[in-house]
Write a protein that binds this ligand. Sequence first.
Ligand code: ASP
Length: 237
Amino acid sequence: MKRLMTAVLATFAAAAAFAYPDKPITIVVPFAAGGPTDKVARDLGVALGAQLKQTIIIENVGGAGGTLGAAKVAKAAPDGYTFLLHHIGMATAPALYRKLPYSVENDFEYLGMVNDVPMTVIGRPTLPANTYPELVKWLQENKGKINLANAGLGAASHLCGLLFQQSLQIDMTTVPYKGTGPAMTDLLGGRVDIMCDQTTNTSSQIESGKVKAYAVTTLKPLTTPGRPSCRRWTARG
Ligand code: ASP
């Protein structure tokens, strides 16, 4: 991850040879503030700002699974002052949306990967299930009443949630947000039942015991001090 971050910084630094940047740079986050993509962008913004000695503006343009933010960047002047920090949704949106207002291949130049994080399946603090088998039992007993939060069609949380539903063969009511930052607020408040989200957003809530953690999408379980390890779920549940 460090190497990739360095690659991104090097790209910006190379441009600096031409007195760049002489005005603030905007990084568009295609999700709401407070979520995982936003957190990574803000960390990246601090590192870039220090290296380039320039203001880095983080602009949240959430909605439609990240496609609104991507569309905004596609239309921006290609002058090195507007960047998009996106995730897997950039690769999957062309297959999920009938008509996108941009072309992933033609309207963007790929600069590099900043981080690679697993997804976790988490539940509201008041959810009666404490373990993965208990969660499966609870989901089976509550079919038709389960609310699954996500960040819109094509977001990582949506894709992960779809696989989760498919693996258990249980349909859930999906509640789309502009990002999993606001979705997390509703999960903590018990307004939705479960969510799939990146550890960037979930690990601190899991470690402090504020949400229930049930499963991870890594081959090996992830452990956090003092908390039971999560179980990986597979296509068969
Ligand atoms: N984690 C979200 C998702 O892909 C996006 C975000 O809010 O960063 O579902």
